[in-house]
Design a protein around this ligand. Sequence first.
Ligand SMILES: Cc1cc2nc3c(=O)[nH]c(=O)nc-3n(C[C@H](O)[C@H](O)[C@H](O)COP(=O)(O)O)c2cc1C
Length: 211
Amino acid sequence: MFYDAHKRDHGFKVDPLKSLIVPRPIGWISTVDPEGRVNLAPYSFYNAVAEFPPIVYFSTTGTYGDTATKHSRMNAESTGEFVVNMVSESLKERMNITTAMFAYGIDEMKEAGLTPAPCRYVKPPRVAESPMALECRYWKTIELPIEPGNEKNAGSMVFGQVVGVHIDESILKNGRVDVAAFKPVARLGYSEYTTTDNVWAMRRPDDPRYQ
Ligand SMILES: Cc1cc2nc3c(=O)[nH]c(=O)nc-3n(C[C@H](O)[C@H](O)[C@H](O)COP(=O)(O)O)c2cc1C
């Protein structure tokens, strides 16, 4: 089959596009507002885009609450900081609680029964239960093109530079991160998720770093 992405004439009840760009890592973004109130929310339009310096982004789609854009973006922009926490399999239900549309200023970390742990270089706390956290300094926001008739769902990309990295000792083995030890959760389409528990290696012929 083929469908026109603009007309969305696929004939299905649910647009299949997000089911085709999978699996997507989940950035579990913790921020504070200018009053220091904690916010935590998952974003699967998230990834690393550069290494030197390390840059990550999360991308917001519209809003559905009490503010003009999503709280994570507002806080990252107003305070200049955010933290990306890793969702391991054991945290999946608690991650799901933090996606709910809480009013601005409500602490989702507390609502989900998670423990705040201090960061070194930035004010937002990281999730203590998470096996990995990236402390980020906000860089810039890119407003994405607006689709006529869908203005409320306009997107934006919020970029940050990683300035500090926390790794729980339990996921380190012989100087390497052992993915099998924490099973990162990734987003598929619809309400589906997957867990990374099938790891295999394939060496690049031209890169001695990975031999
Ligand atoms: C696994 C998962 C991934 C999500 N990814 C995104 C995303 O990439 N962009 C987005 O705008 N919302 C995403 N959401 C919805 C947000 O988590 C939700 O709108 C949340 O309330 C935003 O919180 P905030 O306003 O405190 O930032 C996702 C939800 C879940 C459960």
